[in-house]
Design a protein around this ligand. Structure first.
Ligand SMILES: [Zn+2]
Length: 295
């Protein structure tokens, strides 16, 4: 993709929810068989022809938007059998080698897929581990590196205190200034209010590290709800800025109460399963860099 193409695709609000190398599942298939995204051609389901059928991806997926971008995926097992080192390959090489090895691949409208790494892994047992793991996901997303090797390396660095969590909130402060006037939740350009990520009523503080710009409607709708549960219920990914602030507040509160190294109770684990993160911050930074305009 050239820089111009990239700017254009962001302009059209056609950006991928997933990246190459990411593990995903097919919503239409029973059971959990992990797939890996191996190619993103930048075309929509209505444009992409399935070879030998004379029909498009949209023709086979009528319940999904034909304007959705398509992703090409393979079964993870097939991929690991044929290319055991696939996680070390860059996007271009991965796709080239998948084709050379003739690994059977499938093209989907992206909304048909859901991410496979969102469930809380079993080795995450304490609150401290949970916070390190969720921070590592945030860093992985910001760095645009899809594979899990990167995530676990960062996780261990955070856990051992070799990597500063504060670096994320510095970026957030800058971002808050830049994005004021756009609702963090629904992305409407509108007059924004300050939403407390952790409601004051739930013990959140009144500092900037607990506030995000939100429109009146989202602010009222979220109200005193837990933001992660509220986003899950609306089937929306959690914005990165909100995620970073939520984790920081949560960590501070638990440390203060001396509960940071307590085991996470089962009912609280459930809350973290299937939580998706939004890529919106990097998209906006790209947009500013590529179109040369200032808001
Ligand atoms: Zn809103």
């Amino acid at each position: 993709m050239s820089e111009n193409d990239e700017a254009q695709s962001i302009e059209d609000e056609q950006s991928y929810r997933f990246s190459t190398g990411q593990r995903v599942y097919d919503r239409e298939k029973e059971g959990q068989t992990s797939m890996v995204i191996v190619h993103q051609p930048g075309e929509t389901a209505g444009e992409w022809d399935i070879p030998g059928t004379g029909r498009t991806v949209a023709d086979f997926n009528e319940e999904y938007d034909s304007d959705a971008l398509v992703s090409v995926a393979v079964f993870e097992q097939n991929l690991s059998d044929e290319l055991p080192d696939w996680e070390d390959l860059d996007d271009e090489t991965l796709w080239k080698e998948v084709q050379e090895a003739s690994i059977k691949h499938y093209t989907y409208p992206e909304p048909r897929l859901f991410r496979g790494t969102a469930n809380l892994p079993g080795n995450i047992e304490t609150y401290h581990e949970l916070i390190c793991y969720q921070h590592a996901r945030l860093i992985q997303l910001a760095a645009d590196v899809a594979h899990d090797g990167f995530l676990w390396k960062r996780y261990h660095q955070l856990k051992e205190g070799e990597y500063e969590m504060a670096s994320i909130t510095k970026e957030d402060k800058y971002q808050l200034k830049e994005d004021f006037g756009i609702c963090i939740y629904c992305k409407e350009e509108t007059e924004t209010t300050f939403d407390h990520v952790i409601p004051l009523a739930e013990g959140g503080d009144d500092s900037i590290s607990n506030q995000v710009p939100a429109c009146q409607s989202c602010n009222s709708s979220k109200s005193n709800r837990d933001v992660i549960e509220w986003c899950k219920e609306r089937d929306e990914p959690v914005p990165r800025l909100v995620w970073g602030k939520y984790l920081k507040q949560m960590g501070e509160k638990l440390a203060e109460e001396g509960r940071l190294h307590d085991e996470i109770p089962d009912n609280e684990r459930e809350k973290w399963d299937g939580v998706e993160l939004q890529r919106n911050i990097t998209d906006r930074i790209h947009k500013r860099e590529t179109d040369g305009r200032k808001r």
